[in-house]
Design a protein around this ligand. Structure first.
Ligand code: PGA
Ligand code: ZN
Length: 418
């Protein structure tokens, strides 16, 4: 399918920070549009978002250069070329044109927007739902819909840092459908709102992804609160609703020590500490339990928690096939957090996904803390049969657009018109 024209647009994400939207028009006249998200708790090895650096606009974070790259250089290189007709062709040319290992020249924000907009245009042209198009790209039938991991409490960089860890998520395990999972999560969330009023005498405040951000004294206190809320909502912790934790520990790793307070810990002490959490609380997944450059200690963390909790790599892996390969060889983790904008094209994200699957890893598809109303992530999670999604809390339209899309897909696939 030949591209006729690419256009870019600077839009605002859920933090009011600029990001990029691209539209891809095919020769047939069909168009596809996609918007890219943006992280705050970013990994050092992520592909680079191109920012203008003009202090007069959005404190230097404008995306006019990235948009101009779509409108000019990328449009010139990709339009009217009958030999650039598949996702693999488009993504290869995007990466080659950029020419850097981390998409720094043209911008991963410009590149991913084009990559996704082309996928959407293709799905429209083929007259298949976007999730089916993604499944066809992978070449594997959709086996089941993803399970949800939903932010309940937040700390770290997504809140005021009142607690160093980043997210406490709930996993409605006994739910049989997306619909049931959302009903259960909503009941637990309502209990957490009530708990915050009761325990802290305050209105609830939410963090970037809609997680509640009470001024708790410690991570353990957040886990205790979560268990209280699960019970209060009428569910059995662990059996009905379990917990997943994004420790995001790169952000409190200083001079080789993990500073969760009061005394900074060595990696081995941190592993014992995290293992203690998994013993005491119904935690089934630990994300970034160690820092992104602490390759030496990750295998010990993975061995310590094997069979008890998933060891999920986010900043460690950065959806980067080379880092995933290293993680597999080192037995550093057993689950991939996949964020397409960490790597910059759909084809490379697919390679990351395939590598993880070949190693029998679990895969979670994740949004970013700065996200948009675009819902492509839901289609990608369904199309690639992700085990889990991490799409934020049950507030804010940029999060709900993903849940609402999953509800629509579930209904569509059931053929249920009621
Ligand atoms: P980010 O964080 O989107 O702010 O980078 C999300 C995460 O760490 O999972
Ligand atoms: Zn993370």
């Amino acid at each position: 399918m030949t591209i006729r024209r690419l256009t870019g647009l600077e839009i605002l994400d859920s933090r009011g920070c600029p990001t990029v939207r691209a539209t891809c028009a095919l020769a047939s006249g069909t168009t596809g549009t996609a918007s890219v998200p943006s992280g705050a708790s970013t990994g050092a090895a992520e592909a680079v978002e191109l920012r203008d650096g003009d202090p007069a606009r959005y404190a230097g974070r404008g995306c006019r250069k990235a948009v101009a790259n779509i409108n000019h250089e990328l449009n010139r290189a990709l339009s009217g070329r009958a030999d650039i007709a598949t996702q693999a062709d488009v993504d290869r040319v995007l990466a080659e044109l950029d020419g850097t290992p981390n998409k720094a020249r043209l911008g991963a924000n410009a590149i991913l927007a084009v990559s996704l907009a082309f996928a959407r245009a293709q799905a429209v042209e083929r007259q298949v739902p976007l999730y089916q198009h993604f499944a066809d790209m992978l070449g594997t039938p959709i086996r089941h819909l993803p399970r949800l991991t939903i932010n309940l409490f937040s700390g770290g960089k997504h809140a005021g840092g009142q607690v160093p860890i980043q997210d406490v998520l709930i996993v409605p395990r006994s739910a049989r459908t997306i619909d049931e999972a959302l009903v259960m999560a909503s009941a637990v969330y309502a209990q957490a709102v009530a708990l915050i009023r009761r325990e802290y005498d305050m209105r609830w405040l939410t963090a970037d992804e809609g997680g509640l951000a009470p001024p708790a004294a410690s991570a353990e206190q957040l886990f205790e609160h979560a268990v209280t809320c699960i019970r209060a909502a009428g569910f059995e912790p662990g059996r009905d609703v379990a917990l997943a934790v994004d420790v995001a520990s790169s952000h409190f790793y200083r001079d080789g020590r993990y500073d969760l307070g009061p005394t900074p810990m060595t990696a081995q002490q941190m592993i014992a500490h995290v293992s203690g959490w998994v013993e005491r609380f119904p935690i089934i997944s630990i994300e970034d339990g160690l820092a992104e450059d602490d390759w030496e200690d990750w295998p010990d963390l993975c061995a310590a928690l094997a069979g008890k909790a998933l060891i999920l790599g986010d900043d460690l892996l950065c959806t980067n096939p080379q880092r995933i390969q290293r993680g597999i060889e080192a037995r550093a983790c057993n689950a991939l957090l996949l964020k397409a904008n960490q790597i910059g094209t759909l084809s490379e994200a697919l390679e990351a996904y395939r590598l993880a699957r070949a190693a029998n890893w679990s895969v979670t598809l994740s949004v970013r803390s700065g996200d948009t109303e675009d819902d492509w992530l839901a289609d990608l999670a369904v199309g690639w049969t992700a085990d889990y999604t991490k799409a934020g809390s049950l507030t804010q339209s940029e999060r709900l657009s993903k849940y609402n899309r999953l509800l629509a897909i579930e209904t569509e696939r059931r053929g249920n018109m009621s």
